[in-house]
Structure formats: structure tokens, C-alpha cells
Write a protein that binds this ligand. Structure first.
Ligand SMILES: [Zn+2]
Length: 356
């Protein structure tokens, strides 16, 4: 979330309150081949004051949509002269927000160009404009990929669940971040090691392209998503596997001979059919195997928020001990980070092969 529009008093903000199962705008059909534009206007006109938040309750709309069967789609009328090249679509998976940014609008845009469409998964929709740029932000209740189609001055957006596109979905979480460094040993921060391994893993996925596997990351920079967002990404993407990358230290934080790789799982979750315990075992075997580190086995992790709240098979990998001199040296080297990432990659592939 790099971009945040500053709210200024002259900016209108329109909020559609949409409840699940309610049509955004009722349309019998809404595809790029359809002529759009004759639909009913449903934005209420309580815009006495600039800057006021306007609310449109959609709950009374779309009684008849039960029997309609077409993909989730919305349609946005673009301002005159605005073409595909002018439109930026930013999908922020972590927050399930999609921003559509385009020029050529003023604050009256949203009244003259109603947004049409249908989705059971829109929690919120806002419009803001700044200078001549308009931003429509859609907040969804799950992770969706967007497929845009531009036709005759309209932008049609289909929402596809990750599993509509991929056979397998994995979410990778680099621990800590931002102002939360995790363990800090000899001026080395765990968050940086966790991220470096996650980025190496990302590179391995990119070097081995497989369009059947969708990979999502909770962070690829020094940000610090909330625990809720991290596990939320896995749950809302209906991930098949959720991997969190961490590194260990002794309780005292003092250097010691304790070393090795361990993986945490949720000991309170049922192990049917492919569960967190099996996944954790695969991870610890693959990662310690490739690193040549001591295999410390799997550890109860139900007390950890992201493990306890994961609705999908989860493994939290403690790659090594930062409080061990040799492992700290290893963990801060590119080669070892790359190897650890390869071990995690191998574990993910093995888990998929074994039915996850
Ligand atoms: Zn950690």
C-alpha cells in the first residue's frame, strides 16, 4: 500500500455499502459484448457539502439476481478520450483492495458514470478524485485476480478466485518487518534474513515458471503486515499451503551451541487429509536436508496467532539459530539463503505431489 490519496475537503467520497449476495447494479447481462448505459441510476444525491461522505445502501437492490448465472464482473465507464493505456489497475492482495486509477475526471464523474455490475464479494467501494485523476477503490472479502477488458469506452473487470486460474495456491510469509525486527543478534535482524530467503524463493519460482501454481507473498519489502493480514491472505486466497519463514534464537538471546532447523505446526488441528503436521514434517526434512543443518523436528505451534488462525495447512519454518555463531554466519550469506529457499521450494513441490 504505497499510495494513499490525501483526503481534501473538496474531494467527494462515495461509499457503496454492499452486502454479500447483493447485486451492485442490477443488469440482466453484463459483458463486453453488451451495450451498457441504459441502467438505472442508484447513487443517491445527498451531496450538499463537498467532502461529505455519501452512503448508498444497496441492500434493497437486486432482489432478482438469484437466478442470474454469469461471472462476477463490474463495468466502469471511462471518461471520454481515456483509453486502456491511461488506466492503471493495482491489485493489493494483502488487503484485498483493487485500485483503478485514470485521468480525465472531476468530482462529478461518479454521478454521471454509475458503476455497474455484480459481485457477491465487494465489501466496499469508494471513489476519490485529486486534480484530474480519479481513483476507484474496491475492497473485496477474498483474494481475487482481475481480468480487465476494454471495449467501447468501458472497462469490464472480471473477478477470478485464485483457484479459478491455478491448480495450486501457496502463500509465502516472510516473518516480522518494518519496526518489528524479530530476533536481533550481533546487529543482524531476523526480519532481513526472513525476507532474503523469501525473495530467493520468489526468484526460484520465477526461474521455474509454472502457470498451474499461484504464489502470493505477504511482503516483498521491509513492510510489516499485521498478523491478521498475513494469515488472512492465506485464508482469503484459499491457499493449499501457507509457509511462514522465520529464524530462531535462544530464549536468553545469548550465543550458544544450540543449532538446527525446526518447523512449527498446529497440534490441535485434525490431520485429515493433508494437514499441518504432515506439511511441517515435509518442510523440516527438506530444509534441513538441503542445508545439512540439524533436523530438530516439528514443534507445537498452536499458540502462534498465524498458525492457530490458519484455515489452510500451515508450516512455520525456523530455518536456523541466529544465536549460533556458525548458523548466523550461514544465515547471512546469499548461498545459504538460496539453499534454504531451494529447500522450501522442494518442500512445497513435494507437498503438492503428495496431495496438498
Ligand atoms: Zn521470527
Amino acid at each position: 500500500m504505497e499510495r494513499r490519496v490525501v483526503q481534501i475537503t473538496t474531494v467527494f467520497m462515495v461509499i457503496f455499502t454492499i452486502v454479500a449476495g447483493v447485486t451492485l447494479f442490477y443488469l440482466p447481462k453484463l459483458h463486453a459484448s453488451q451495450v451498457a448505459g441504459q441502467e438505472e441510476q442508484v447513487i443517491s444525491e445527498n451531496n450538499e457539502n463537498a467532502g461529505e461522505v455519501m452512503s448508498v445502501d444497496m441492500t434493497a437492490q437486486g432482489e432478482a439476481e438469484e437466478s442470474i448465472d454469469f461471472p462476477q464482473q463490474i463495468c466502469i465507464a471511462l471518461p471520454e478520450g481515456v483509453t486502456e493505456q491511461d488506466v492503471t489497475i493495482m491489485n493489493q492482495y494483502l488487503t484485498q483492495t483493487i485500485d483503478i486509477i485514470f485521468p480525465g475526471v472531476d468530482e462529478s464523474y461518479i454521478y454521471n458514470h454509475p458503476i455497474m455490475g455484480r459481485s457477491n464479494n465487494i465489501d466496499n467501494l469508494t471513489f476519490e478524485n485529486e486534480k484530474d485523476q480519479g481513483i476507484i477503490e474496491i475492497t473485496l472479502d477474498k483474494v481475487f485476480e482481475v481480468q480487465p477488458t476494454f471495449k467501447d469506452g468501458y472497462l469490464y473487470m472480471d473477478f477470478l478466485a485464485p483457484h479459478d486460474i491455478y491448480d495450486k495456491v501457496v502463500v509465502i510469509d516472510a516473518g516480522h518487518g518494518g519496526r518489528m525486527p524479530g530476533a536481533t543478534v550481533q546487529n543482524k535482524c531476523e526480519k532481513d534474513i526472513d525476507l532474503a530467503i523469501a525473495l530467493q524463493l520468489k526468484q526460484i519460482f520465477e526461474e521455474n515458471p509454472n502457470d498451474k501454481i499461484g504464489v502470493y507473498y505477504t511482503r516483498t519489502d521491509d513492510s510489516n503486515p499485521s498478523f491478521e493480514q498475513r494469515v488472512g491472505l492465506a485464508n482469503k486466497a484459499d491457499a493449499d499451503i501457507f509457509i511462514s519463514i522465520h529464524n530462531n534464537s535462544t530464549v536468553s538471546g545469548k550465543m550458544s551451541s544450540i543449532n538446527g532447523t525446526a518447523v512449527m505446526y498446529d497440534e490441535l488441528k485434525e490431520e485429515i487429509p493433508c494437514g499441518t503436521k504432515t506439511l511441517a514434517q515435509i518442510c523440516v526434512d527438506e530444509v534441513s536436508g538441503i542445508l545439512g543443518s540439524r533436523n530438530r523436528g516439528i514443534i507445537n505451534g498452536n499458540e502462534i496467532y498465524i498458525i492457530r488462525n490458519s484455515e489452510v495447512p500451515v508450516a512455520l519454518i525456523e530455518v536456523g539459530f541466529m544465536t549460533n555463531k556458525t548458523e548466523l554466519d550461514n544465515l547471512t550469506s546469499d548461498d545459504y539463503q538460496r539453499k534454504a529457499a531451494q529447500g522450501i521450494y522442494n518442500a512445497i513441490m513435494r507437498a503438492f505431489n503428495e496431495g496438498f
